[in-house]
Design a protein around this ligand. Structure first.
Ligand SMILES: C[S@@+](CC[C@H](N)C(=O)[O-])C[C@H]1O[C@@H](n2cnc3c(N)ncnc32)[C@H](O)[C@@H]1O
Length: 176
């Protein structure tokens, strides 16, 4: 199973009804006209916050995380803020740290986390300080853009977590 932890309008999905995916968002917005879009909507299958995911441990093979990239007080006049939400300037670090912790919990030990981050408010390096996982690889979408959007891939902490050590040991041989 895949978890889209910030589904919003699902604009990055080829199949917005993908059956193997749980689409989660803390907002629910019925279709409305949002300046350039007629049917902007946020209709998650699960409405919850990423800080408290209503799932058991070790259930997802992949988590997709595309948090709001504007760090500012919510402003209803800001189109991007209405569409994508904002992160609070005082609490965003703590919120993102909690998100990573929850993703590691619900991901299988070898699960993959895909992060999308735009550098409008904070650089990728600054954002990654909130992550206990080291990224494997990543790429900016446009090399000449002023505010880069990055796709970054992590693998859950296979060899450091107690649960994976146990799994590896129980499997017979001790892997390195
Ligand atoms: C950048 S948008 C995601 C856009 C989406 N990936 C798309 O393709 O349309 C970020 C989303 O994160 C959601 N969000 C913000 N804080 C959240 C939280 N604490 N828990 C769950 N969702 C949250 C917002 O409601 C918003 O829809």
């Amino acid at each position: 199973m895949i978890l889209d932890a910030t589904c919003g309008f699902k604009s990055t999905w080829f199949d917005k009804e993908n059956e193997k995916t749980v689409f989660l968002d803390h907002r629910k917005l019925q279709p409305f006209v949002c300046s350039d879009m007629r049917n902007w909507a946020v209709l998650p299958t699960v409405q919850a916050k990423w800080q408290h995911l209503p799932f058991r441990d070790d259930v997802f093979t992949c988590v997709y995380f595309d948090p709001p990239h504007i760090i500012s007080k919510a402003n209803p006049k800001m189109r991007m803020a209405v569409k994508y939400g904002t992160l609070d300037p005082w609490t965003w670090r703590d919120t993102i740290k909690k998100a990573f912790k929850e993703f590691m919990r619900v991901l299988k030990p070898t699960g993959i986390l895909v992060l999308k981050w735009n550098e409008t408010s904070k650089s990728l390096d600054e954002f990654l300080k909130c992550s206990p996982l080291k990224p494997l690889f990543g790429t900016p979408t446009k090399h000449n853009s002023r505010h880069q959007t990055w796709f970054v891939v992590f693998q859950n902490n296979v060899f450091n977590s107690e649960k994976s050590k146990l799994e590896i040991t129980l499997g017979g041989k001790q892997s390195q």
